[in-house]
Write a protein that binds this ligand. Structure first.
Ligand code: UDP
Length: 310
């Protein structure tokens, strides 16, 4: 198959490029490189089944000759620090980028998969979060640029399904970590690892009792690929169900690095969800998917990678 991956030079996108290439597909990687990086894809540039186009999908419909079988749209800043730095770009890529790539899929008669997010559930008052939960999002809050752009995109996809019978799917991705996260992307896993490796205190926001459920990148990519080829349209949650407090995460990382590390408490950012844990009943049932890599194992691999790039 010929697959276009929007956001293909990002953290998740570049791993999906690798996986689809190794499965024998042709991959067109499209990225505007605001948070993605050529470093993530450089090992594929010599592959004749791989091509890279620097392009912002929010700016128009990509002119592409020939056929196209699939579009996977992963394009968006995804860390709170990034999307707060690029609020308008984030809203544009969720809204216009999704519109433009859906239109390209319609013209090419390609299938489509959209990466939505656990952030559509906002600061949830139910846990774990199932796909039937409508969420608790502050529409003018400090995360709204990301949350609302993804919510709008989901609605647009549903409209394209209805109006144009487009085969368009939605996955809702929960916290994911692994090699190729940027050192300075501001998310908790790269922050703690980089602080721990340089002997700095770990920055815990708030009291550290808030929870997240961390999925290793290889597990997530497997889930995305299963969804691409499933009958199911979603939305389907993809994430790891093992829930940890941020304090527990800090302790785990300190233990693996084997250093006694101090912590500094910093202000909890506004609208920071107090808990997050996916209900993955649907993914288990329809995709026969569930994460295999435990947090301990995934952190060891991720820490090794961060050590190498230092
Ligand atoms: N966090 C933290 N210290 C950091 C970075 C993040 O305590 O240096 C907390 C953050 O407040 C949130 C959780 O870790 O409660 C996960 O943050 P992240 O930015 O990784 O992703 P989010 O799930 O909030 O989008």
């Amino acid at each position: 198959m010929k697959v276009l991956i929007a956001g293909g030079a990002g953290f998740i996108g570049s791993h999906l490029c690798d996986r689809l290439l190794s499965d024998g597909h042709e991959v067109i990687c499209v990225d505007n490189l605001i948070t993605g990086s050529k470093k993530n894809i450089k090992h594929n540039l010599a592959n004749s089944r791989f091509s890279f186009i620097e392009f912002d999908v929010a700016e128009g419909i990509l002119q592409l000759d020939g056929n196209l079988d699939y579009i996977v749209n992963l394009a968006s800043p995804a860390s709170p620090v990034d999307y707060q730095k690029y609020p308008i770009e984030t809203l544009k890529v969720g809204a216009l980028g999704t519109l433009n790539t859906l239109e390209l899929a319609r013209r090419k008669k390609a299938k489509y998969l959209f990466s939505s997010t656990s952030e559509v559930y906002g600061d949830p008052d139910v846990s774990p979060q199932a796909e039937t939960y409508w969420g608790r999002v502050n529409p003018v809050g400090s995360r709204s640029q990301y949350d609302e752009s993804k919510r709008f995109a989901e609605a647009l996809i549903v409209a394209y399904r209805k109006k144009h019978s487009l085969d368009a799917k939605i996955v809702r991705i929960f916290n994911t970590y692994g090699p190729r996260m940027r050192k300075n992307d501001g998310r908790v896993v790269p922050n703690f690892i980089c602080q721990a490796l340089t002997g700095k205190p770990l920055t815990i926001y708030g009291d550290g009792a808030q929870t997240r459920s961390f999925c290793y990148i290889d597990d997530l990519v497997e889930g995305i690929v299963k969804m691409m080829f499933a009958k199911e349209a979603g939305p389907i949650n993809l994430g790891n169900q093992d829930e940890f407090t941020i304090r527990e995460l800090a302790n785990k990382i300190s233990k693996i690095i084997n250093r006694k590390l101090s912590v500094t408490k910093q202000k909890l950012p506004p609208d920071d969800p107090k808990q997050r844990c996916p209900d993955i009943t649907l993914a288990k049932r329809h995709l026969k998917w569930q994460p295999k890599i435990k947090l301990q194992e995934g952190l060891v691999k991720t820490i090794e990678w961060f050590k190498e790039i230092r």
